[in-house]
Design a protein around this ligand. Structure first.
Ligand SMILES: *Cc1c(COP(=O)(O)O)cnc(C)c1O
Length: 512
């Protein structure tokens, strides 16, 4: 029987070299044209899910295979004709950058070699490149030239790694016994209050500014604390965490017998780009023996600019730092990373040594095995595209691009402030939040909020620009974030004119 199982599919999946090269060249041609056509395409076609589904050629998995070259043409047409393009010069939504084209080529190379960067022995060169990339990023942002760390899929995962390292470092026996119960006798430092009057059961607590990215909710939920363990600290009008409120809240929590274990600072908050006072946060963390983590998913690369050093001072004091190369290092999705200064903080959190892994190497030149640095096991090689972008630009080139994004935000801010029908709420780093405010609005906040909410939708559906929203002190704002090397100053005037026209039209419609 066995001999009769024959298949030519091995040859099909293997692709003969000539076929591979021809299909690849054809794809590269198409991608090249796509990239040069990008500015002339709509940012998005804004089609509904059912319309998108209708474009899919096969409703069921075909029984017989098709030629690779034909499939690649079909897939590229589907994607080029029905996608939202964050690489478009007028895409400024959320925090998603235009992607460096060298990153696309890097992904091809990565997939071709298919290194498993879980262990050095499985990925010798890739492991060393990843380590070097981490060091370069750490040095660029002024964290530490000896940074250790790990690439992950993005900011959420990077922050999770920092959270888990904090949990490990501040709670004895956690790996074996789980989250420790806080003993009752520790509950009250002064015994003036009888236990019965202490209403809350003691908890392990996390502190961060209001408006900290939602990863903190996922982390407290997923890693066993629950979202009630988050203390949302007040922010100043500048968007910065109120360190006095933080200090008071922690002191009061300690009094009540709680265990503060983590303070999170923002290096560029998600909505407005606010940067916390890291020196103060670090001092408070030291006083109360907590871990100090910085979420720099968006903003940390801006710390590399000389003119920003003052704003970011103290970034080097963090026990861990999360940063997204797929944001302000212009890498294609996905690429996030978590940095620490001592690799032990990660290996103590994540390493196990099962007998079926033979990864230890030689004692005199011991390898780094990335499986010990995060929750992942098999790992792709996300660092390559970042390593290549960093070298293609050099540190000066990267600074120039970040500087230009910040300049665009400042320009937009200046232009809007001179116009009657606009109100700017915030401008930090490369993020501007503002409203369109029509004349004869009767000072009605609720109406202006509704108008701007409609405006965001209208602009997003229109496909000429893409921006997102923010709510600042109850005001529904349009939000523009520049992490886009294709945007030019002229695009700002285009945006302003469009918002005026659409805003006015909506105002007329909503009035009747
Ligand atoms: C984008 C962002 C995140 C989440 O990052 P992902 O890469 O989307 O997972 C977390 N924090 C901040 C400040 C961000 O800007």
């Amino acid at each position: 029987m066995k001999e009769s199982v024959t298949s030519s599919q091995g040859e099909v999946i293997n692709m003969p070299p000539e076929e591979f090269k021809a299909a690849g060249m054809q794809l590269l041609e198409k991608i090249g044209s796509f990239l040069s056509d990008l500015p002339h395409k709509p940012v998005t076609t804004a089609e509904q899910p059912s319309a998108i589904r209708a474009h899919l050629v096969h409703k069921e998995l075909p029984k017989e295979g098709m030629a690779a070259a034909d499939l690649l043409v079909q897939a590229s047409d589907l994607l080029f004709d029905h996608s939202l393009f964050n690489g478009h010069p007028r895409f400024w939504g959320y925090i998603t950058s235009s992607a460096a084209p060298i990153g696309a080529l890097a992904e091809l190379l990565t997939a071709a070699v298919n290194a498993n960067v879980g262990a050095f022995v499985l990925s010798p060169m890739a492991t060393e490149i990843e380590k070097q990339t981490i060091e370069w990023i750490g040095e660029f942002v002024g964290y530490s030239p000896q940074s250790k760390g790990v690439f992950v899929s993005g900011g959420n995962m990077a922050n999770f790694i920092g959270f888990l390292a904090a949990r490990r470092a501040t709670m004895q026996g956690i790996r074996e016994s789980g989250i420790p119960r806080i003993a009752e006798r520790e509950m009250s430092q002064d015994n003036s209050q009888p236990i019965s009057e202490q209403s809350e059961t003691p908890k392990h607590l996390v502190y961060c500014a209001q408006g900290t990215h939602t990863w903190i909710q996922k982390a407290t939920d997923l890693f066993g604390f629950g979202t009630d363990s988050i203390r949302w600290i007040k922010i100043h009008d500048s968007g910065q965490i109120d360190c006095q409120d933080l200090q008071n809240t922690i002191a009061s929590d300690v009094q009540k017998g709680h265990h503060p274990f983590l303070i999170v600072g923002n290096a560029g908050s998600v909505s407005t780009g606010a940067i916390d006072d890291f020196e103060k946060l670090s001092a408070i963390a030291k006083t109360f023996h907590t871990w100090f983590h910085i979420d720099g998913a968006y903003g940390a690369p801006a710390a590399g600019l000389e003119e920003n050093k003052e704003q970011f001072k103290g970034i080097e004091l963090a026990d861990s730092l999360a940063l997204d190369p797929h944001k302000w290092i212009y890498a294609p999705l996905e690429a996030g990373c978590l940095l620490v200064k001592d690799a032990r903080l990660l290996t103590d959190t994540f390493n196990f040594h099962p007998e079926y892994y033979n990864f230890d190497g030689r004692e005199d030149d011991s390898p780094v095995n990335m499986v010990d640095y995060s929750m992942q096991n098999s790992r792709g090689f996300k660092a390559l595209k970042v390593w290549l972008i960093l070298q293609q630009l050099g540190s000066n080139g990267l600074k120039d691009l970040i500087r230009k994004d910040i300049f665009l935000a400042a320009e937009l801010n200046d232009k809007l402030k001179q116009l009657a029908n606009f109100r700017v709420f915030t401008k930090h780093l490369s993020i501007v939040t503002f409203q369109y405010v029509p004349e004869n609005n009767n000072g009605d906040t609720a109406y202006i909020n509704t108008l701007n909410q409609h405006l965001v939708n209208k602009l997003q559906e229109g496909g000429k620009v893409f921006l997102s929203n923010a709510v600042i002190h109850g005001n529904y704002c349009l939000r523009v974030c520049f992490v886009n090397f294709r945007t030019q100053v002229g695009d700002l005037d285009f945006l302003i004119d469009l918002v005026k026209v659409e805003g006015e039209a909506l105002h007329k419609r909503l009035q009747v």
